[in-house]
Design a protein around this ligand. Structure first.
Ligand SMILES: C[S@@+](CC[C@H](N)C(=O)[O-])C[C@H]1O[C@@H](n2cnc3c(N)ncnc32)[C@H](O)[C@@H]1O
Length: 202
């Protein structure tokens, strides 16, 4: 998907990513991790926000996505402050309490339900005390719309093409030991999406 991903993920997704990044509020000099960075649009914004004194790490399972992102950062002259890693979010290759903030956009909802707490546990481990987690995700909610039902039907039958599905994102973040500092509901192609900011409890 790495070569065609940007044709499918367009302006609506970018608006939600930008809202989530604004809530995360990355500051100059911070050390920030993005999990599932895809084609690297947010990585570039994060690298600009941390400035020359900051550091950005990115983990993605796909070598293709890593290469597309690496080229984007190189063109922008930001590669020197970014470290990319091809790996699994369920087993992050970083020491405990490394990051001031972690960002995930349209990635948490890809994981199987039992894996979500594992990934969030890893995020918690690598965040410093008081560190922030910003997530934007398709969201499950009570009261199912026709659109949501149709989407979930497709996901169950064609998981190789429709690989993500709406999840109870706020509950997952709170259950993983974060204080929910901000939440906002939006819509993406008629589906509920949520932006959530969690702060690691001490
Ligand atoms: C739907 S894309 C989202 C990309 C980007 N964050 C965005 O907002 O467009 C999900 C990304 O998560 C990556 N991914 C999937 N499973 C992963 C895992 N177990 N660990 C790390 N990254 C993973 C995929 O390779 C892909 O780049």
């Amino acid at each position: 998907m790495s070569r065609s991903y940007d044709l499918f993920a367009g302006a609506f997704e970018q608006r939600l990513r930008n809202l989530a990044l604004a809530q995360l509020g990355v500051r100059e000099g911070e050390t920030v991790l993005e999990i599932g960075f895809g084609t690297g649009h947010c990585l570039k914004q994060i690298a600009e926000a941390v400035g020359a004194s900051g550091r950005v790490c990115g983990v993605d399972l796909s070598a293709g996505m890593l290469e597309v992102s690496r080229r984007r950062l190189d063109r922008a002259g930001l590669l020197d402050r970014v470290e990319l890693h091809c790996g699994d979010a369920a087993d992050l290759p970083y020491a405990a309490e490394t990051f001031d903030a972690v960002f995930m956009s349209f990635t948490l909802e890809l994981f199987d339900t039992p894996e979500i707490p594992v990934v969030l546990g890893e995020v918690r481990r690598v965040l410093k005390p008081g560190g922030r987690l910003g997530v934007v995700s398709l969201a499950r909610e009570d009261g199912v719309s026709l659109m949501l039902r149709a989407y979930e039907w497709c996901h169950q039958r064609l998981p190789q093409y429709i690989d993500c599905r709406p999840i109870y994102v706020e509950e997952a973040i709170a259950d993983a030991g974060f204080h929910l500092d901000y939440r906002e509901k939006e819509r993406l192609w008629g589906l509920p999406a949520k932006i959530a900011l969690g702060v690691k409890r001490g």
